[in-house]
Write a protein that binds this ligand. Sequence first.
Ligand code: ADP
Ligand code: MG
Length: 332
Amino acid sequence: REAKGKLPRYPGLERWNLVEKMGDGAFSNVYRARDTQGVYNEVAIKVVRKFEMNSTQGDKVLHPDFKKTPKGVERANILKEVQIMRQLDHPNIVKLVEFSEARQYYYIVLELCPGGELFHQIVRLTYFSEDLSRHVIVQVAKALQYMHEEAGVVHRDIKPENLLFYPTPFIPTRNPKPRGPDDEDKADEGEFIKGVGSGGIGLIKVADFGLSKVIWDSQTMTPCGTVGYTAPEIVKDERYSKSVDMWALGCVLYTLLCGFPPFYDESIQVLTEKVAKGQYTFLSPWWDDISKSAQDLVSHLLTVDPDKRYDINQFLDHPWIRESDEVTNAAA
Ligand code: ADP
Ligand code: MG
């Protein structure tokens, strides 16, 4: 019965053969799975527990998407995450294949991104060359442009753990050299991405819409609510929520280029203070060989005033991004 290693069997999920566990979180486990009917290629299945047992108390901790009615009846609300994903159709966004539920679980069947998280690639390679960073960040930006300008959705959780990819033999980059004193021993790992077929980064896909939010009605292109009666703070709210993704995009770009995040401190209080003030630096020696153009772009994203921060179109218009034509041509 337990032949499949330690993988559990879920009621109502018989169509899929779970192959391995790919990730786990507070309320969810993600598995790689095969379709027994042979219709789909391999998929990723996010199994979300509707409630969590608090082992010591025996209390049920409800999933945030669960609605508690005044009568105390727990009624399952279709996950907001799924509702939003259903509306999205873009090459740089993970596709929803199917959604179903059992008494205790939601099953979100997703397009599989076989490369896994971008996060692990940063750890593996120490940092990305400017060409590889551009190759990655442009794709994330295209997904955000679609969300912000066409779909009326903000993601609100852009980070390397939620950026997934397809490996490819094509690596649009040169071999990075060690930049800082601690990077010396990682030089060989940097070599690895030079070789064709060594599992480079191809198509990037934005995943995890668990914190995402609808900012306007994509059918009518109007703010949620009655047109003409929309208060200024609603309009501003919409703009600010987009700028949250742009800040995160800046944090990701910074991290790709140098291998560590722009804001860090062991103390949460100190870290929070640094973020609030926008206290970051292009730390030497790690940033010494990174172009001024890249630094200029990062600084326009890591701008504390959301009105001055670049929006998605300003980002894509920046010279450092537009240099990408050169790379694409060189690769062909
Ligand atoms: P959570 O809300 O728990 O963060 P995610 O949707 O981010 O849930 O999924 C958790 C992890 O599972 C991801 O960081 C990634 O490692 C893996 N994962 C999720 N979806 C996929 C997918 N479509 N393809 C490959 N791995 C995935
Ligand atoms: Mg996640």
